[in-house]
Design a protein around this ligand. Structure first.
Ligand code: NI
Length: 171
C-alpha cells in the first residue's frame, strides 16, 4: 500500500470536485455508444438523487472525468459507491457479464477557485482530442462541450490545439 495514494480528505459542504475514474486494467468497457449513454443516464440520475450540481463531464472508452458540486461534503464517497455500483450492474447486464468488476478506482480533487475550475472544465472538454478520439472538441458527443458552446463559453476553434491553461494539469 502506498500511503500517499489516498491521502485523508477534509470534506466540506457544497464543494466543487473534479473526479476521474477508470475501468479495471483500462478495459474499454464504455467503448460503445450504448454503454456511454447508459453510463450518462445512471450518472445524471445519481446527481439528481443526491442533489448535486453537475457542471461538466466527459465519458471516454475506459474512463471519465466529471465536475460536480456536492450537497454535503462527506456524501462524496457514498455517491461514488452508489454511482459505481449501479453503473457496474447495468453495464454488466447489458454486456451479459454478471459479476465483472468494472471500475478500478477514482480520484477526486477539490477545485478552490475560478481559475482552477475553468482549467478543469477546459481539461474535460479537450480530453477527447487529447486521447485522439476526435480532432475537434465539437466532434465528440459524450461531453458537456456543446452546452458550454451554446452558452458562449467557447467558440468553434477552441481546443483545436491544446489550451495553454491545462498544460499544468497533466497528471
Ligand atoms: Ni482522460
Amino acid at each position: 500500500m502506498n500511503p500517499y495514494h489516498n491521502p485523508p480528505h477534509l470534506y466540506l459542504d457544497q464543494t466543487i470536485y473534479f473526479i476521474s475514474a477508470r475501468t479495471v486494467e483500462a478495459n474499454p468497457i464504455l467503448v460503445s455508444e450504448e454503454s456511454k449513454k447508459l453510463f450518462l443516464k445512471c450518472f445524471k440520475e445519481k446527481v439528481e438523487k443526491h442533489k448535486y450540481i453537475l457542471y461538466a463531464w466527459v465519458i471516454l472508452n475506459n474512463h471519465y472525468h466529471i465536475i460536480v458540486q456536492t450537497n454535503s461534503g462527506n456524501s462524496l464517497p457514498k455517491f461514488m459507491q452508489a454511482l459505481h455500483g449501479v453503473t457496474s450492474r447495468t453495464l454488466n447486464l447489458q454486456d451479459e457479464k454478471k459479476g465483472r468488476q468494472v471500475w478500478f478506482n477514482y480520484w477526486d480533487r477539490c477545485l478552490s477557485n475560478d481559475e482552477d475550475f475553468n482549467a478543469h472544465c477546459d481539461y474535460i472538454h479537450y480530453n477527447p482530442v487529447k486521447h485522439r478520439l476526435v480532432q475537434h472538441p465539437e466532434d465528440y458527443p459524450y461531453s458537456s462541450y456543446e452546452i458550454f458552446l451554446k452558452r458562449g463559453y467557447y467558440e468553434i476553434g477552441w481546443g483545436y490545439a491544446e489550451p495553454k491553461n491545462i498544460e499544468k494539469l497533466k497528471e
